[in-house]
Ligand binder design. Structure first.
Ligand code: SF4
Length: 186
C-alpha cells in the first residue's frame, strides 16, 4: 500500500464507531523517512479539531522537550494508535485499538524507523507488552524486530504531575544519545 492509499483508506474508515463521532481523522504527521517515530494513544480535542497529532497543551509541552534536545519536529514522525478521537478523551477501548492498529502497522512498515518512542502507558501496553508499568519501565529500551522501542510519560500526565518532568527530560536525553549512536552504527 502507498502512503496515499493508506491515508485515504484511514480517512474514510468506519471500522469502529469513532469514525462517526470524530471531526477529523488524525492520521499522523512528519518525515516519512524518519529514524525516530513517536506514538501516542489517541487524538484529543485540539487534535480532533485540527487533524494534527499533539497540538494541544500536551503537544506544546512535548514540543518544548523536542526543542530543548534539538530534535526538529519536522524530522520525526508522530502518530497515535487510534486515528479518531474517543469521546470526552476517555481511554481507547481494547477493541478500538485492535481495529485501528493496521494503520499504525502500515505506517511503521513504510517509515522503517530505527526507534519508536511510546508516549504514555496505553501506547506502551499495546506496542511493548500488555503488563507494561510506565512508572517502573519508562526509559528502558526493548528490541522489537528491526527497531528499538522505549516508552516515556505521556505529555498530558506531565501537565497533571510536573514532578515527573525531570525524569522525562532524562529519558528524552538518553533517547537522543541512543539514536545518534545507532545512526553512527554503535
Ligand atoms: S479509530 Fe481507527 S478503526 Fe476506528 S474509525 Fe477511526 S480509523 Fe477506523
Amino acid at each position: 500500500m502507498t502512503w496515499e492509499e493508506l491515508e485515504n483508506s484511514c480517512k474514510s474508515c468506519d471500522k469502529c464507531p469513532l469514525g462517526k463521532t470524530k471531526t477529523n481523522t488524525v492520521f499522523g504527521v512528519g518525515n516519512k523517512n524518519a529514524s525516530l517515530m513517536f506514538v501516542g494513544e489517541a487524538p484529543g480535542e485540539s487534535e480532533d479539531k485540527s487533524g494534527i497529532p499533539f497540538v494541544g497543551r500536551a503537544g506544546k509541552l512535548f514540543d518544548k522537550y523536542l526543542l530543548a534536545l534539538g530534535i526538529d519536529r519536522n524530522e520525526v514522525y508522530i502518530a497515535n494508535i487510534l486515528k479518531c478521537r474517543p469521546p470526552n478523551n476517555r481511554d481507547p477501548l481494547p477493541e478500538e485499538q485492535d481495529m485501528c492498529m493496521s494503520y499504525l502497522r502500515e505506517q511503521v512498515r513504510l517509515i522503517k524507523p530505527k526507534m519508536i518512542v511510546c508516549l504514555g502507558r496505553i501506547s506502551a501496553m499495546k506496542l511493548i507488552k500488555p503488563d507494561f508499568k510506565i512508572t517502573k519501565e519508562h526509559g528502558i529500551f526493548f528490541k522489537k524486530g528491526a527497531f528499538e522501542i522505549v516508552a516515556v510519560y505521556h505529555p498530558s500526565l506531565l501537565l497533571r504531575d510536573p514532578s515527573k518532568r525531570e525524569e522525562m527530560f532524562t529519558d528524552m536525553k538518553v533517547i537522543k544519545q541512543k539514536l545518534e549512536g545507532m545512526k553512527n552504527g554503535n
